[in-house]
Ligand binder design. Structure first.
Ligand SMILES: C[S@@+](CC[C@H](N)C(=O)[O-])C[C@H]1O[C@@H](n2cnc3c(N)ncnc32)[C@H](O)[C@@H]1O
Length: 306
């Protein structure tokens, strides 16, 4: 292989970023994809190429690989890793990337979407994703986007905020938290938001009391569910005959959308375009969860074009 291997990747200046993200359900993805030499691969959420590297090691074909990410840090690291002669890199969200690839007539043997944020997002305080952080209220995956968490928290009407916390966070105390946010305006950093959300839940709980609030604001800032819903039918169209589509989701709102889209496409009739390879979502083993706690909520669903 011409591109740098993981061990060489670790030697360069971004080495800390690489080390932070461990791909989830990697063995399971490889098992369902069963990559063959020469097969093409589209990674819609390439991040730091954890999955991509393992898959392209098996296909041996970087030129038929396309890596997409909406985060400019991830794209910069991918450029540094692969240089100009490797895979096609697309810095955009996966809906735009899918529309572009379809219009160019591209098709793939394997397509992966490993949804949500990467470990560097959570570990870099300046991004504002972390519940424990002191960072600004940002939460954008695409740093060029204009709407940030601060825009939503400081300008939305109280009722709209409450609706958003209920819909995207399934937060039972949505109204109380929305009122606290409006009263504390202007909010400037993530710790203020964590304090307001936590004050609605006095006492101890297993999960950080601000988890649902952060999830809701992050989903809204990045339009995560809207993009997923619109993109799934396009991903199915981008599959070659025999091609496999795998989606890893991290919460029930995402998984519901994936489950429904797969069910519609796979149906029960002989004329369905796809077959579902995972009758139930695949989850991480207890061993993986011990070494990579992010895997705890991961759910993998895979389908295949006939
Ligand atoms: C869970 S990480 C993927 C990690 C990757 N599979 C790996 O092993 O390194 C998700 C990545 O997808 C990107 N992302 C999330 N939603 C996206 C979207 N709608 N379009 C493009 N990229 C997206 C994020 O910026 C992040 O880098």
């Amino acid at each position: 292989m011409k591109y740098r291997t993981a061990s060489r990747m670790h030697q360069n200046k971004n080495q800390n970023i690489y080390k932070q993200h461990v791909p989830v359900l990697l063995n399971e993805v490889l098992q369902y994809f069963d990559p063959k030499p020469g097969e093409s691969y589209l990674d819609l959420t390439a991040g730091y190429a954890g999955h991509a590297e393992a898959i392209t090691e098996r296909t041996g074909s970087l030129t038929s690989t396309t890596l997409v990410d909406r985060d400019s840090n991830a794209i910069a690291v991918l450029k540094e890793t692969y240089g100009d002669t490797g895979p096609t890199l697309l810095h955009t969200d996966f809906l735009h990337a899918s529309e572009q690839l379809l219009s160019e007539g591209k098709r793939f043997d394997m397509i992966l979407a490993d949804l949500g944020v990467s470990s560097p997002h959570l570990n870099e305080d300046t991004r504002g994703f972390s519940l424990q952080g002191q960072g600004p209220l940002d939460m954008r995956m695409d740093q060029e986007q204009s709407i940030t968490a601060a825009t939503i928290l400081n300008t939305y009407k109280e009722q709209d905020l409450a609706d958003l916390l209920k819909r995207y966070g399934e937060e039972p105390k949505a109204r109380q938290i929305a009122a606290g946010i409006v009263q504390a305006r202007p909010l400037t950093n993530a710790s203020e938001l964590a304090t307001i959300a936590s004050s609605a839940w006095p006492g101890h709980s297993r999960v950080h009391p601000a988890t649902r609030t952060f999830q809701a604001i992050r989903i809204a800032v990045n339009d995560e569910l809207g993009l997923l819903e619109k993109s799934l039918p396009l991903w199915m169209k981008l599959l070659n005959p025999g091609g496999r589509l795998a989606v890893i989701s991290f919460h029930s709102l995402e998984d519901r959308i994936v489950k429904r889209a797969f069910k519609e496409a796979c149906g029960s009739g002989y004329d369905a375009e796809l077959v579902e390879l995972t009758k139930r979502p695949v989850t991480a083993s207890s061993n993986e969860i011990v070494t990579n706690p992010r895997a705890r909520s991961a759910k993998l669903r895979v389908s295949q074009r006939k």
